[in-house]
Design a binder for this molecule. Structure first.
Ligand SMILES: Nc1nc2c(ncn2[C@@H]2O[C@H](COP(=O)(O)OP(=O)(O)OP(=O)(O)O)[C@@H](O)[C@H]2O)c(=O)[nH]1
Ligand SMILES: [Mg+2]
Length: 321
């Protein structure tokens, strides 16, 4: 199961306390209290693994180590080790504090600080002065940042494959990328989004949408957010459909109900599995679809020429990126 929305508790380490101590070895008996170590901070780092949020399924309390307290003989406490959590690229972090702060990890290898460790307190050695040669002052360490965080994954893909179930979306993804999205002759074969790369383009195959998806029917709503950030949509309509125009409208309506932004995206429409019906019927269906969207092409994974056409479109998208 893809974990794409998870709430966890984050706690950076506290700073260690400064020490109050006096030099035992020297005649001076001067202050010798070391400072506390810094608390460990927590970072998020972007990785291409879509399933990386799965690590939080059972482990919801994430704590970095506290800094150690300072000690005598000028010994500073050691710093708490920083934690680096690997999250899928496209993860949005909602920090639930007094104000709701939002950060996001958009690139592979990008590292962002989400919880800062507390500063260590100064030991009494730092408070010495000509007028205060035996200071008793010290600072406590500061607390590390501590909050509840919602980690929400919204895929960042260049092209999103959408359509009713069984339209051939996963087949198309597999055709152009090294992805091995499951393909079968029944609806809802794909249960989770799959990504593939075509040169530098990222293609996202999402589970089939149905009427009512935007209000929670089928698997749709959970995954509609994954196309919010794709620039271009490939909308597949099966040539076997009795009424492709109706199929088209069903999907568009769901997209619009989810977000007005979704229907503003550049969309290519493909009448898929075109090998399944006679040419005359294809022509009729294409003519009907052309009335609502100019960008319409018949395709079949068994028709090399049609795949070349898709390749050409992908190459154009790539060139414009
Ligand atoms: N004849 C023919 N069959 C195809 C073509 N493309 C896909 N299929 C078949 O159609 C069925 C559904 O294909 P999928 O790629 O799983 O469809 P999907 O849109 O990903 O389906 P969901 O994941 O359920 O939404 C499978 O049996 C495929 O082998 C095509 O171009 N021609
Ligand atoms: Mg599929």
């Amino acid at each position: 199961m893809l974990i794409d929305d998870v709430t966890i508790k984050i706690k950076a380490g506290n700073g260690g306390k400064g020490a109050v101590a006096f030099n035992k070895n020297l005649m001076s008996l001067g202050p010798a209290g070391g400072s506390g170590g810094k608390g460990g901070s927590i970072y998020l780092e972007g990785v291409p693994d879509l399933n990386a949020l799965g690590q939080f399924r059972y482990k919801k309390d994430i704590e970095a180590k506290n800094g150690a307290d300072g000690r005598g003989q000028f010994r500073d406490g050691i710093d708490g080790i920083d934690l680096e959590l690997l999250v899928p690229v496209g993860t949005i972090i909602h920090k639930k504090m007094k104000t709701n702060e939002i950060k996001e990890v958009l690139k592979i290898g990008e590292k962002i600080l989400i919880a800062k460790g507390g500063r260590g307190g100064k030991g009494n050695f730092h408070f010495r002065s000509s007028t205060n040669t035996t200071p008793k002052q010290f600072q406590p360490g500061l607390a590390g940042e501590n909050f509840t965080a919602r980690l929400e994954l919204k895929l960042i893909a260049d092209v999103g494959l959408i359509g009713l179930p069984n339209a051939g979306k996963s087949s198309l993804l597999n055709e152009f990328t090294k992805a091995k999205s499951k393909v079968a002759n029944y609806p809802f074969t794909t249960l989770e989004p799959n990504l593939g790369t075509y040169y530098e383009l990222i293609l996202a195959d999402i589970p089939g949408l149905i009427e009512g998806a935007s209000t929670g029917k089928g698997l749709g709503i959970k995954f509609l957010r994954h196309i919010e950030r794709t620039k271009i949509l490939f909308h597949l309509i099966s040539a076997e459909s009795e009424n492709p125009v109706k199929d088209y409208k069903i999907i568009k309506k769901e997209l619009e109900t989810h977000s007005k932004e979704l229907v503003k995206k550049t969309e290519y429409v493909f009448l898929s599995k075109s090998d399944m019906i006679p040419v005359a019927e294809i022509k009729k269906k294409i003519t009907a679809l052309k009335k609502i969207n100019e960008n319409i092409f018949p395709i079949s994974v068994y028709d090399w020429d049609s795949l070349e056409k898709v390749k050409k479109i992908l190459n154009e998208i790539k060139a414009e990126k």
